[in-house]
Design a protein around this ligand. Structure first.
Ligand code: FES
Length: 244
């Protein structure tokens, strides 16, 4: 617990052989970033979505058999962590390959091309080929929201949109539906985003690391949707967020 007099209590750990001081309660990812050590992450959104869902941030922790997700692993005195060992890099590659295997890979025509967190991570890991190709779940693109397009086929199930809609906007429009391989992050009963209480604040679009939630490219799309009498539009300003 932080002391008012002496400041927050610190622990010393070792990351890639480097001594690092971190506040008690911080995660290995926090500590590494503070020390300038890069660990890739995909689902992590500081203080908003810290759920260890994607496993892209896997690291090796001495004394633990299994690799651990750095974004949810708490720091401790004397902890020894390796962030880029061959085992870590191999596992991370595998994780990203599996995510990509069920991802609609139309990168060159995607609006997020060259501005996509998944693409950047795959590039950093040198992934050129997807070895695994299993069943891929394909869903219709939801397009009746006046300003937001939802393509579930590009969703990586990071749940950042769900957390931001609930915790920042307090609107709770999107959440995980179904279970396991059938999981889809969408409005309840997989309703179209345009048929919900969505206020089009755009927080979900800002937080989406890929091209699953995007702003409609052209103002014509927005006018077309606004002219649709079946679409109920509520205009409301929303607080802006900083995505870290
Ligand atoms: Fe740590 Fe997704 S960033 S599990």
């Amino acid at each position: 617990k932080p002391s008012a007099f002496f400041g927050p209590k610190k622990v010393r750990l070792e990351i890639d052989g480097q001594p690092v001081d971190a506040e008690v309660g911080a995660t290995v990812l926090d500590a590494a970033r503070e020390a300038g050590i890069h660990i890739p992450s995909l689902c992590y959104l500081r203080e908003i979505n810290e759920i260890g869902a994607c496993r892209v941030c896997l690291v090796e922790v001495e004394g633990q058999r299994a690799l651990q997700a750095a974004c949810v692993y708490p720091v401790a005195e004397g902890l020894k962590v390796r962030t880029h060992s061959p085992r870590v890099r191999k596992a991370r590659r595998r994780v990203v390959e599996l995510i990509l295997s069920d991802h609609q890979r139309e990168c060159t025509t995607c609006i997020r091309n060259l501005n996509c967190e998944l693409q950047n991570i795959a590039e950093d890991l040198g992934i050129r080929r997807i070895e695994t190709q299993g069943e891929a779940r394909r869903q219709p693109v939801q397009d009746n929201n006046p300003s937001i397009r939802h393509d579930p086929n590009k969703c990586v199930h990071c749940r950042r949109c769900e957390s931001i809609c609930a915790k920042v906007q307090e609107n709770h429009v999107i959440a995980a539906q179904e279970r396991g391989f059938d999981t889809i992050i969408a409005p309840a009963f997989n309703a179209d985003l345009g048929d919900t209480a969505c206020i089009m604040c755009g927080q979900c679009v800002l937080s989406c690391p890929v091209g699953a939630l995007t702003e409609k490219e052209s103002i014509d799309d927005v006018w077309k949707a606004l002219a649709d009498p079946t679409v109920h539009v509520v205009v409301q300003t929303a607080p802006s967020i900083q995505v870290t």
